[in-house]
Design a protein around this ligand. Structure first.
Ligand code: G3P
Length: 219
């Protein structure tokens, strides 16, 4: 099996933007682990955080537009030039249409990781038809909360794994919402996920470095 993923979405937390994004990126890069650590930064911070050696950096969103007259949109080629080596799309906080995901995938270079987020099994199944690299299942009501999806709703993880693999066995599953510690990561993996997508457990931690070490402690 490929290395499990620990994907940290910096969102727009003040503790994970601008200078704080660089500091958090450096902390992520310093974790000794076999896990694949990914920082998902604001478009503003792609350049600086991707300059940190040993850290994989994804964009939080991209738009299926080319270079030209597209004011305010997140154009993929420039994101890649500025250090994005993957992206998430259709996050619960930035929903898009299936058509958006499809058009974006058609524009991205071969092998460029794209993680499509799904709120439930049905949405995960629909996204699986497009064949993204990853699908991250995240029940919106658990996002930002204290109870991990792996505890509150373990069956949504295992059911998503089963549904997605039935549609396309190559798509890899992540889960997220409320993930905070190494036990949550271990449970996610035991449920068939290949990693986690999380935010507040790291971005709101008093000591992000020890949270990051704990997150990978059972991998
Ligand atoms: O993208 C990760 C996310 O939505 C989960 O957030 O704060 O519950 O870990 P959080």
């Amino acid at each position: 099996m490929d290395a499990p993923l620990v994907v940290v979405n910096f969102k727009t937390y003040s503790t994970a933007m601008a200078d704080a994004a660089e500091a958090l990126g450096r902390q992520m890069a310093s974790v000794q682990t076999n896990a694949r650590m990914v920082a998902v930064t604001s478009a503003f911070d792609l350049s600086t955080v991707s300059a940190i050696s040993g850290l994989e950096v994804w964009s939080q969103h991209l738009d299926p537009v080319g270079q030209g007259s597209h004011t305010g949109w997140l154009e993929p080629e420039t994101a890649i030039a500025r250090g994005a080596s993957g992206t998430i799309i259709n996050h619960a906080e930035h929903k898009v249409s299936i058509e958006h995901v499809k058009q974006l995938m058609a524009m991205l270079p071969d092998g460029f990781p794209i993680c499509a987020c799904a709120a439930d099994v049905a949405e995960a199944r629909a996204l699986a038809e497009l064949g993204p690299t990853f699908i991250a299942v995240e029940p919106p009501e658990l996002i930002g909360g204290d109870i991990s999806v792996t505890t509150a709703d373990p069956s949504i993880v295992s059911d998503t794994v089963a549904a997605v693999k039935e549609v396309n066995p190559n798509v890899r599953i992540l889960c997220g919402a409320g993930v905070k510690n190494g036990q949550d990561v271990a449970t996610a993996i035991s449920l068939g996920a290949e990693g986690v997508l999380l935010a507040s457990g790291v971005t709101k931690a008093n000591d992000p470095e020890s949270v990051l070490s704990d997150l990978v402690s059972k991998i």
